[in-house]
Design a protein around this ligand. Structure first.
Ligand code: FAD
Length: 533
């Protein structure tokens, strides 16, 4: 088929992609049998003119003849279908089934692959299934009652379930396409296959993770909720032998995939007690900033998204100081809300989520500052957790000891104007306070420098009424569980740390990919013998 890139059209669109592509490849539109959009992006660099740019695979009658007529055009290539995943099979016999810990993107991906290849994995998740979890999250949002094992960080689907479900990733890997197809099969919208900034939304993600669970179980896997791995037992040669669940049940295995996410602080502590190889990992800390969505739309498109027939606009901003300190936007959620993302009693944590329609009218994003070794000196690999916890607890106290989040207007934070606060969506509510009293001084200072700089990029970004809510501490894992070239924990045979919690991924897609690649490593090494349940 022909891959046609740079198919441009001004918005609002007046012609179909087939008609636009037909013109580029010089054929009649009725000769086009199928159009598969590979990529769709918005180009607003020449505001007020805004364009949509497509890349599409075109299946056309008399392909050879048409190709001869357009092959000099650099926007047109002949391509073949991407091959399906076909892993070589290993030979080493397994005496027990592999165990996957965690049902975040990494754990689900690993379990899905292992199940497809006949390994019948046992999947253990500390939190509850997605329906029970939704009720727990709602209780926290409305009543400020936190469940420490089932919340925005823990439970079926992992940390991304109550998110914007952005599937953007900087990782360029051939398996990314396969992952998108798996997600579509599990109920994600088809357009994720081609949009430049694909997103699913928390409403549809909840169904996707549930469907993935059913797909794993239909292929022979077993998924158990309310099953927290509280210990790992190794033999004297450092080979994993079993796991302990909820301090009482034992399950034997010699292959253990650990997809615990970045918030399983008790599990990190258990691993550290056992001397598992781990090091401090840099992360970032800051606040959430919120705007009326039309402010961002006008800044990015020069008009409102609805007037142009486009999706609500997003942004990515960065400010770099010469000393290596940076402030950058992170996990930007158009049309979303700021979400209470604590998982530990006595701490306040912010994050962002949206539904598929992204229609809340509010845009939010984390604005975070990098935290490195020079900010937290020492030798304890878990010192980043202590640092995060300290600021989460300060935020809890400043909020009023009831999970309300401390918040402040930009006018107040920059000491430039006292105005009434603009849009803010955090539930169970905010307490107005001085954020500089609960943030590390270097974070406050960098944010105060960055905000006026960002105002120059998007007008209204740092307007005095804009609300900042804090604290945003769970941006990525503050620890890395060291792996060898076979993806195994250094010094612990059979233990495979995966995903964000291992420090090898950041975001839904890269965690999914990491889980999948680790499962493929296992599939290439072992053969699934009779499963002992
Ligand atoms: P997680 O998703 O954190 O999953 C880990 C799982 O392991 C959890 O379900 C946890 O309960 C379980 N677990 C932990 N310890 C144990 C144990 N001892 N025993 C049993 N189970 C255990 N990323 C994006 O790419 N796009 C976004 O739009 C986006 N938005 C986000 C919004 C929010 C509110 C949050 C919190 C995160 C968001 N992220 C987003 C980040 C993304 O969710 C994570 O990068 C991703 O989920 C990491 O996947 P993971 O599988 O490695 O870990």
């Amino acid at each position: 088929m022909l891959r046609v890139s740079n198919i441009r059209t001004a918005v609002p669109m007046r012609k179909t992609v087939a008609a636009l592509a037909a013109k580029k490849i010089r054929c009649r539109v009725q000769d086009i049998e199928e159009v598969r959009i590979v990529r769709r992006s918005v180009d607003a660099r020449r505001k007020p003119k805004v364009y949509i740019v497509f890349t599409a695979d075109i299946i056309v009658r008399q392909e050879a003849r048409i190709w001869r007529g357009c092959r000099d055009n650099k926007d047109i290539k002949m391509v073949t279908e991407a091959p399906a995943i076909a892993a070589a099979r290993g030979n080493l016999p397994l005496r027990q089934r592999p165990i996957v810990v965690g049902t975040g993107p990494a754990g689900l991906a690993a379990a899905f692959m292992l199940a497809q290849y006949g390994f019948a994995p046992l999947v253990l998740e500390r939190g509850q299934d997605v329906e029970t979890r939704t009720a727990c999250v709602e209780k926290f949002r409305h009543e400020g009652i936190l469940c420490d094992h089932t919340n925005v960080q823990f439970g079926e689907g992992g940390a991304g379930t109550f998110s914007d479900g952005k599937l953007t990733t900087r990782v360029n890997h051939p398996l990314i396409r396969n992952i998108l197809h798996i997600l579509v099969k599990a109920g994600a919208p088809e357009e994720i296959l081609y949009t430049y900034n694909p997103h699913v939304g928390t409403d549809r993600l909840r169904q996707v993770v549930k469907n993935l669970r059913h797909m794993i179980m239909e292929a022979g896997g077993d998924v158990r909720f309310a099953s927290c791995v509280t210990d790992i037992i190794c033999n004297d040669r450092g080979q994993v032998q079993s796991v302990v669940v909820n301090h009482k049940e034992h399950y034997d295995t010699s292959v253990l995939l650990l997809g615990i996410g970045h918030s399983a602080r008790d599990t990190y502590e258990m691993l550290h007690r056992h001397g598992m190889a781990m090091v401090f990992k840099p992360f970032a800390v800051g606040v959430r900033i919120e705007h009326e969505q039309h402010v961002i739309d006008r800044g990015q498109y020069g008009n409102t998204a609805s007037a142009l027939g486009l999706e609500p606009a997003s942004y990515a901003l960065a400010y770099h100081r010469p000393d290596g300190r940076s402030c950058y936007s992170f996990c930007m959620c158009p049309g979303g809300e700021v979400v209470a993302a604590a998982s530990e009693a006595g701490g306040v944590v912010t994050n962002g989520m949206s539904v598929y329609a992204r229609n809340s009218g509010a845009a939010n994003s984390a604005l975070v500052v990098n935290v490195t070794e020079r900010d937290i000196r020492g030798t304890d690999p878990l010192r980043g957790i202590a640092f995060q916890r300290r600021y989460e607890q300060l935020a809890y106290a400043a909020g009023g000891h009831n999970y309300k989040a401390p918040a402040q207007t930009v006018g107040d934070f920059l000491r430039i104007a006292a105005v009434s606060p603009g849009i803010h969506t955090y539930m169970p509510g905010v307490t107005w306070t001085d954020l500089s009293a609960i943030l590390p001084a270097f974070v406050t200072q960098t944010l105060q420098e960055a905000l006026p700089y960002f105002e120059r990029k998007i007008k209204g970004f740092a307007a005095p009424q804009v609300v900042l809510t804090g604290v945003e501490t769970r941006t990525s894992a503050p620890v890395r569980l060291l792996r060898d070239e076979n993806r195994m924990s250094v010094g612990t045979a059979g233990l495979y740390p995966i995903g964000e919690g291992a420090g090898y991924a950041g975001g839904i897609m890269s965690a999914f990919l990491d889980g999948m690649e680790t499962a493929l490593t296992i599939i290439r090494k072992f053969k699934p013998l009779e499963v002992q349940v």
